[in-house]
Every structure is written in structure tokens, then in C-alpha cells.
Design a protein around this ligand. Structure first.
Ligand code: PMP
Length: 319
């Protein structure tokens, strides 16, 4: 990733990609104290746009505030920098990673007198998950690694150090031959996947865990709003047990990069078998709720805002 042409934004300056380096004593490298975002841009009918960049930028600033990292730049400057990052790098279908980190002035845990920095890098995402793979979905394993607890981590913050836990869970599941991990909170209720929120659909109602141990995902919010406002569905945010996922008619994961991915199997149980879901490894049906929400999400992110989606124009920011 580091050996390529391009520009990376750091604290208001543009650095040539290969020269965008930091000192080995950078505090965040040692203790994981920092926060970041994953934002997407898409090519739409009206040109390139960022998707829900205001909400991502707000979550970045909220994360920094919760971690008590002072920042000298505000939302407007960061949104402007993200737009420029795409234009300057000639990107349209891209992933942007704004990141806040602490400088190399000292390594103490008191983090006294440290500078804070914001960088933004972006790269081409293309078709990150092919439409075929997005229909086939994932086989997951309930993880033996618990997700964060509100008294251990700041669950609302997208903290760099949180991803040690996510990687332990994901890589344990992958080594065991699965695609993804479903993580429970410390009390044993469903929290989320390694880097995506989880939903289940049963008897006409959509359910998703409340945001205590999971990240307050922006895709999660988009899907809740599309389900409620476009499909007129009931959506409940509440505690969910792992067997509810086994017994769901459908289940899916949401995240900025992955968008909506069907969860087809958990711990060897074929989700939705009872209601006639296609076999695991086969694409889901076009008239499933997951496929319908995928289609709505696809249209809204790609800027195809005709008809019932006209109310969502403020989710797009032209570049
Ligand atoms: N949970 C975790 C742990 C994540 O890393 C992500 C990806 N940012 C999500 C959920 C989904 O959040 P979003 O929809 O905002 O990308």
C-alpha cells in the first residue's frame, strides 16, 4: 500500500504518498490510542460523491473527544480535505481513512504535551465485493472472544486499539475455515461481527442489537431508516441472543466497506432453512428482505435517488 503514487493529507498539508511517514516513537503506534473512520465515495450520475461524510466526520470528532484527544481542525475543514483527497488523487469509487493519532514527543501513558494529528488517505475500492459474492453471503462462527464492555472501552468511539479484539475474533474464525466472526458482549448477547453490525429478520420485523457493545454504525443507521421510511417496516433495537440468529428467517451484516452482506450460516446452522432460504453457498432470493435492502442501499449510495429515495439527497456530498 505504501509504494504508490498519490497524495496523503496531514494536518492541512499534502504529502507525496511515499513520503507520508511518521517517527518510530509515534505514541499511537505504541499504545493504540487514536481513532479513525472508514468513509466511502462512489461514482454517481452527477459525478463523484462522498456517502454520509458529515456523519462519519462527526463520529471521528466524537471519538477524539471521548478519548480526550484535542484536535485543532473542525468538521468543515475535515470534510473539505476528504473532498480534495478524492479530487487530488483522481479517485471516484474509493475508501477514505481519516485517522487521528498522537505524536512522538514522549511515550508516557499520561500523554502529556503530545501533539495530535489528523491524516486522510484514500484508495480505489472498485467493486470491493462482487455482486455475486454479495448475494452468496457469509458463513460465521460465534466467537469465543467477547466484544467490548462499556466499563472497559469507549464503545461509541472507533478507537484504533479496539481492533486488536476484532482481529483476534476474525482471524480465529478464518483459521477455523469460516468467513466471519459473530461477537457476543461480555454478558453473552449478540454484539456485532468483527467490523460490521448485525441484523436479523423474523416474522416481518427487523431486529438489531442496541448500541452498547457494538459500534454505532452509519450503515446500520442507513438501513434502519431505509427499512422504516421506504419499506414501512418495524425495526427494533434490543438485546439479541445467539439462538435468535440461528432461528431468524434472514440475517445480514452492515458496514461501510462491505455494505450489506447476507449471514447465511452461524455455527453450522443454515439461517432461514425453515422458510425455504436457498442452500448456503447459493445466492439469496431476489425477493428476500436482504436483497431488497441491498438494492435500496446500492441505489442510495450510487446516487440513484429517484422515487421513494428522493428524501435521502442529504446523504451525498458532491466532490
Ligand atoms: N462495527 C465495527 C467494529 C466496525 O469497525 C464497523 C466499520 N466501521 C462497523 C461496525 C460498521 O460501521 P459503519 O457502518 O459506520 O461502517
Amino acid at each position: 500500500l505504501y509504494d504508490r503514487d498519490g497524495w496523503i493529507w496531514l494536518d492541512g498539508d499534502w504529502l507525496p504518498w511515499r513520503e507520508a511517514q511518521t517517527h518510530l516513537l509515534t505514541h499511537s503506534l505504541h499504545y493504540g490510542m487514536g481513532c479513525f473512520e472508514g468513509v466511502r465515495a462512489y461514482a454517481g450520475p452527477g459525478g463523484t460523491h462522498l456517502f454520509r461524510v458529515a456523519e462519519h466526520t462527526r463520529r471521528l470528532l466524537d471519538s477524539a473527544h471521548a478519548l480526550d484527544i484535542p484536535l485543532s481542525c473542525g468538521a468543515e475543514a475535515l470534510i473539505q480535505a476528504q473532498r480534495q483527497c478524492l479530487a487530488r488523487n483522481g479517485l471516484s469509487n474509493a475508501y477514505l481513512k481519516p485517522t487521528v493519532f498522537l505524536g512522538a514527543e514522549g511515550l508516557g501513558l499520561r500523554a502529556k504535551g503530545l501533539s495530535s494529528h489528523v491524516m486522510i488517505a484514500a484508495w480505489d475500492l472498485g467493486d470491493y465485493i462482487s455482486p455475486q459474492a454479495a448475494r452468496v453471503g457469509l458463513r460465521a462462527l460465534t466467537s469465543s472472544w467477547a466484544r467490548h464492555h462499556v466499563n472497559i472501552s469507549l464503545c461509541r468511539a472507533k478507537t484504533n486499539g479496539h481492533y486488536v479484539n476484532a482481529m483476534l475474533a476474525l482471524n480465529t474464525a478464518v483459521k477455523a475455515g469460516f468467513d466471519e466472526a459473530i461477537m457476543l458482549d461480555p454478558e453473552g448477547y449478540v454484539a456485532e461481527a468483527s467490523a460490521a453490525n448485525v441484523f436479523l429478520f423474523r416474522d416481518g420485523v427487523l431486529h438489531t442489537p442496541e448500541v452498547t457493545s457494538c459500534l454505532q454504525g452509519i450503515t446500520r443507521d442507513s438501513v434502519i431508516r431505509l427499512a422504516r421510511e421506504v419499506l414501512g417496516m418495524e425495526v427494533r433495537e434490543r438485546r439479541i441472543t445467539r439462538d435468535e440468529l440461528y432461528l431468524a428467517d434472514e440475517a445480514f451484516l452492515t458496514g461501510t466497506a462491505a455494505e450489506l452482506l447476507p449471514l447465511r450460516e452461524l455455527d453450522g446452522r443454515h439461517i432461514g432453512a425453515r422458510t425455504g432460504a436457498p442452500a448456503v453457498g447459493e445466492p439469496i432470493a431476489d425477493d428476500s428482505l436482504t436483497a431488497r435492502l441491498q438494492a435500496l442501499y446500492r441505489r442510495v449510495t450510487r446516487g440513484e435517488l429517484g422515487g421513494e429515495l428522493s428524501a435521502f439527497g442529504d446523504w451525498l456530498t458532491a466532490v
